[in-house]
Design a protein around this ligand. Sequence first.
Ligand code: CTP
Length: 400
Amino acid sequence: MSRVVLGVAGGIAAYKAVELLRRLAESGHDVTVVPTRAALEFVGAPTWSALSGKPVSSDVWTDVHEVPHVRIGQQADLVVVAPATADLLAKAAHGLADDLLTNVLLTARCPVVLAPAMHTEMWEHAATQANVATLRSRGVQVVEPAVGRLTGKDSGKGRLPEAGELFEICVRALAGRAQDLAGRRVVISAGGTREHLDPVRFLGNRSSGKQGYALARTAVARGAEVVLVSSVSLPDPAGVTVRRVTSALELRDAVLAEGKEADVVVMAAAVADYRPVERLATKRKKTETLTVELVQNPDVLAELVAARKPGQVLVGFAAETGDADGDVMAHGRAKLARKGCDLLVVNEVGETGHPTGFETDSNAATVLAADGSATDVPFGTKEALADAVWDLVGARLLPR
Ligand code: CTP
């Protein structure tokens, strides 16, 4: 059983920490809640106490004989603070210790996750950003706030991610997955593009985007700065900058622009090979027969390869079936050579006996590398495949 310290600072988002506490406790963790005095203005001690099964205190003067200001931090396997206010980040960055939570942060030798929540102006302020940079340079995992509705009428960057996402981040931090992508900039494309015929209809494909989103979530958990170029409307993963696109041409522009400075680009999107020559401005009326002329879309991965900066790692995906010209792997090898990327994740589409590929939450693949190696990733979650891809990417990144 892991010992988790849940620090709660004084922000309206403290109510979300209640749900995080419930999830941590229900999944068998021993949780000690350390709210700041301000946090208790938002959610009272009885709630924290009842759900954690322990007394809670904010100051260092309770149970002094047990030296809680030192013990709680020393004995923790994980310290997570949600929400972390601008004030809490500043105190943590400068090593202040004027209450129980800040003492815990100074004595913890375990992974520390801080999930900030505040108004956009406070988050973007140079002081806060400098504090975040300091904390990250010390190995603290500072989760990027989500974008959306804030307290009052405001909206923007600064929301606390939902409890489910914070829970996932905690589980991964406890599992000790290294922050091996810290400081790396990663661009991922996800989903099937839509090629519009008119304002109502489009040509599309079955890609759900789930594998791309799993890549984004796992990359963030491993410390990367992630831009997700997405053509589907799944909820934004915590800590990820999402750029929404519709067509292959829009996806291309976004990926090439974001990819310029990236250490890694993963093309998980199912980019349509063709688009209609003509897109009508008004809805097409029914006719007896309809012939649609298509023109080829640019190959984004090939353009990335052509524009690749030194050391950049490029990853493609290929859903393949075998045919008269060769089996799945033969097609995969040929595609890897043709595309010129570093890694190609090859999925077998169709009757593999497992629910893999499109629309499912699971996948199995073989990752082919330009150096000739092949890594089989057995049937599992899309997160597991994503982690296997990051392991292979990590091994190919130049040391900084
Ligand atoms: N891709 C791309 N731009 C395109 C088409 C595909 O960047 N216009 C990328 C995909 O995102 C994927 C990889 O290329 O990472 C392989 O996609 P796939 O559709 O299998 O490749 P194609 O070159 O279209 O090959 P095929 O002839 O098998 O359709």
